[in-house]
Design a protein around this ligand. Structure first.
Ligand code: CP
Ligand code: NVA
Length: 306
């Protein structure tokens, strides 16, 4: 594996499967009280420039369960918040820590941090990517469907960080994917091109459509995410109007396979991107997906820090 996990495309199919296999094992061991102190004496810095419930708590608890020590670092308390360059921060923190997880806005900040650090850097969400979430989603899909290859995933909504990482993660894992995204909120062209390339090389179906029903047709997995991501709060009303019709609801689910599962990375905005009814109907799996953040991130930590 590379030194860092900055984007989902950093991982090959084999590496994704290795991470999921170890995550399954760690989940089993945790449930059976089998200790797994793979990271005894190791420290993980966790830099947050955006809010978080799942990412923060699952990385923190996970690091503890692995016998290591997590340090929560709010960017407003760090000198980054007063303008110290990320490059200098990287060189300093590399001398204290064994790894860094960062949640921030720009992907470039994460790649700059990685370039100047001698320790592994893990992307805990940027405006472009959310690789840890996608790995938890793949783990959850595999737990429920037993396989990944050959399944059809439908993503309905904003062309955001989740959509971009999901596209690459699903295709790399051998799944077909259909995205329903309004034209003005499209994923970046780089991701579309990368998607086309992976699909072509592996004989997979990838398309982007405007009609959510076309995307959801015969899907095994239906996924959505908020219409206004962190940092876009001022656009909320405009987005609610633009995304009308892009809701995961019972009407839409009628065209998916009968045994289709629904995933949502959470937090969810009920009656916007997903109805209360569908969220509650699929709550067991959606909260399992949230739990799987813990197991899959522990697996990533072991692979990168051990
Ligand atoms: N899904 C997710 O990343 O949740 P948090 O924003 O709570 O970390
Ligand atoms: N797209 C959302 C995901 C939150 C986990 C955001 O960036 O706010």
């Amino acid at each position: 594996m590379n030194k860092d996990l900055l984007k989902i495309e950093d991982l090959s199919k084999e590496e994704i499967l290795d991470i999921l296999n170890l995550a399954d094992q760690l989940k089993y061991e945790l449930k059976h009280g089998i200790k797994h102190h793979h990271l005894e004496g190791k420290t993980l810095g966790m830099i947050f420039e955006k809010s978080s419930t799942r990412t923060r708590v699952s990385f923190e608890a996970g690091m503890y369960q692995l016998g290591g020590y997590p340090l929560f670092l709010s960017s407003s308390d760090l000198q980054i918040g007063r303008g110290e360059p990320i490059q200098d921060t990287a060189r300093v923190l590399s001398r204290y820590l064994n790894g860094i997880m960062i949640r921030t806005f720009s992907q470039k900040e994460v790649s700059d941090l990685a370039e100047c650090s001698s320790i592994p850097i893990i992307n805990g969400l940027t405006d472009d990517e959310h690789p840890c979430q996608i790995l938890a989603d793949l783990m959850t899909i595999r737990e429920n469907k037993n396989i990944l290859e050959g399944l059809k995933v439908a993503y309905i909504g904003d062309g955001n960080n989740m959509a971009q990482s999901l596209l690459i993660g699903c295709l790399t894992s051998g799944m077909d994917i259909s995205l329903a995204i309004p034209n003005n909120y499209m994923i970046k062209e780089d991701y579309i091109n990368k998607g086309i390339e992976i699909a072509k090389n592996n004989n997979l179906n990838f398309n982007i459509v405007n009609d959510p029903k076309e995307a959801a047709k015969d899907a095994d997995v239906v996924i959505t995410d908020v219409w206004a991501s962190m940092g876009q709060e001022s656009e909320t009303l405009e987005r609610i109007k633009a995304f009308k019709g892009y809701q995961v609801n019972s009407e839409l689910m009628k065209v998916a396979k009968d045994d289709a599962i629904v995933l949502h990375c959470l937090p969810a905005h009920r009656e916007e991107e997903i109805t209360e009814e569908i969220l509650e109907k699929h709550a067991d799996i959606i909260f399992e997906e949230a739990e799987n953040r813990l197991h899959v991130q522990k697996s990533i930590l072991v692979k990168l820090l051990k």
